[in-house]
Design a protein around this ligand. Structure first.
Ligand code: ZN
Ligand code: ZN
Length: 138
């Protein structure tokens, strides 16, 4: 545990893990998330910017929820995401179903040292993405 400043409200709090925001901001974000989900339910054709404006959050926060598979989109939604592996259009998360299957097969099949470079690469891609999201949300 360490003392840090909340990225959202600037208050000092005890940081444990996850996003660097205090408990009351976390609760606020949960409310925003529910609002976003609700809005999307009523307006399935809403875009990311519209959704972000409605909930008063940054588009990168919306993106984060999408990548965490907490928000998903219907077939007629204008929002499309690219599979991080093959670039296919997906509606939630980071990979299309085919790549998800491939990835989970790969983990089962590949044992030993073949596995390490792939894992390393994946980790790198994730941390780049995080950095991008973080700098974007300031
Ligand atoms: Zn806060
Ligand atoms: Zn894919």
């Amino acid at each position: 545990m360490e003392i840090t400043t909340c990225r959202m409200c600037g208050n000092i709090f005890n940081y444990v893990r996850g996003q660097m925001i205090c408990q009351s901001c976390k609760n606020k974000m949960e409310d925003k998330f529910k609002e976003a989900k609700d809005y999307l339910y009523k307006n399935p054709r809403a875009g990311i910017r519209e959704l972000a404006a409605h909930c008063e959050v940054t588009p990168s926060q919306i993106n984060r929820w999408i990548r965490e598979e907490r928000l998903s989109f219907t077939e007629d939604s204008p929002i499309t995401l690219d599979c991080e592996k093959c670039g296919a259009a997906i509606r939630t998360g980071r990979f299309c179903q085919r790549c998800k299957n491939e990835l989970s097969n790969g983990i089962n099949e590949v044992a030993g040292f073949n596995r390490k470079p792939a894992e390393h690469k994946k980790k790198e891609a994730t941390s780049n993405k995080m950095r991008f999201l973080d700098s974007d949300s300031k």
